[in-house]
Design a protein around this ligand. Sequence first.
Ligand code: F6P
Length: 524
Amino acid sequence: MRCDHTPAWQALQSHATAFRRFDLRDAFASDTHRASALSQSAPHVFADLSKNHTDTATEALLLALAEQTGLAAHRDAMFRGEPINPTEGRAVMHWLLRQPPGPPPTVRAELVEAPPTVRAELVEALAQVHTTLDAMLAYAEQIRADAQITDVVNIGIGGSDLGPQMAVLALQDFVIPGKRFHFVSNVDGHELAAVLKTLRAENTLFLIASKTFTTLETMTNARSALAWFRAQGGRDVARHFAALTTHVEAAAEFGIRTTFGFWDWVGGRYSMWSAIGLPVAIAIGATGFRDLLAGAHAMDQHFQTAPLAHNLPVRLGLLDVWYRNFLNYTSRSIAPYHSALRRLPAYLQQLEMESNGKRVDRTGQTLPYGTSPVLWGEPGTNGQHAYFQMLHQGTDVVPLEFIAVKKPTHGLKDHHELLLANAIAQAQALMLGQEDPGGHRHFTGNRPSTFLLLDALTPASLGALIALQEHRVFVSGSVWGINSFDQWGVELGKVLARDIHARIVSGDASGLDASTAGLLGRVR
Ligand code: F6P
């Protein structure tokens, strides 16, 4: 049933009206169990949800909403490999990429009961996953051992860039010494040119990462990289270029012989676990990459098996629905208190906003309620000295998600305690506020936040953190009844850019609106 037609939705609306008087300070004062009731552990992640604008009654109603919209059945359909991406007619099986070898999971009765043909297909897909993974990791180890290759350049965009870039940065303490990693995504030639200036052809490996192998930015950069390589006297393309793609023939046509494939059931923004993760595998090695997959798999199992009331992705996803649709909070800010997680907000932006930025349901009907929030953020403590002013004293309420790491990997005295103190203090300040009859120093307080804590930032904990975020996006998308796995909204701009590009070359502005024609005239 569509979420806004359920009894739980109506009940949540009444609950939200009563909630206007909710105050976090009173909630803690009147319920000594609040912190523990609204906190939980999941694989590699501890989550304190208690500083959010919710109480146990809200959670109970949200769980009813999940039940009435068939969340568990939808989740199980994903894990059975059913084609839950209807507009592209595809299954959604990035979770299979982190499944250990052997038969698919038997933990859930639904899968055991899946028709034998479906089971056989999953078994076959998993075998292919591991054949490719083994080959890719062997190649990664070969590159790691190859002292002549000092620079690895990943050319890709969106999901073929953000995940590997975010992960290589996040895991910098695990990265092999003596190799540099570069990520080129933008069609803006300034980006590629700046990287090429630092390279020598004989020391460079280019990874051309594109699920479709047609994306304008990536193909343009790949062609320029190949031309530069040849102009530098490079001959051995097979040694210095590899492709990561589902479109193996297109890579071959491009002239690349070393290719690692993946499958159409892996969405671009869910692809860092596939061959798209090759830069990560080169950076942290085969064992590190398998740890990353294992951390994500542990979170998959938690999502599949934990009761919904104690299922962290479910709780976070439902909180997102509550905030978006009932309290009208339209954005969520991400504050990783770890500088190595500085690309995480950008990664999560694509994950949430490309997945759930939809205005129609799975059958194409226009929706009368809001979907994806705006996601944004910067690492703490930097954000504190920039936009936190607005979070504390602005007119809008923006739920903030802290991500902190208990153990640092550096030995510098005082820094980490100060960092963690700031994260905890910010969450406290947002909640407690401060009285000032004079006005300007008044903090209303009662501002919501979530606090996620990792013990250490490792391949396994990063894998779990990212899988947690993937599944929470699934949960809200599922309740909203949208297809979180297509991205038609990116197509129109691509088509129009082809037309405008031809017009920039030819100067033909006929038939254009006055603004577009004016801009065309100015850039020529
Ligand atoms: O244009 C959007 C998009 O299709 C993303 O969904 C995707 O991650 C990105 O472009 C890159 O696509 P590809 O990997 O096919 O080059």
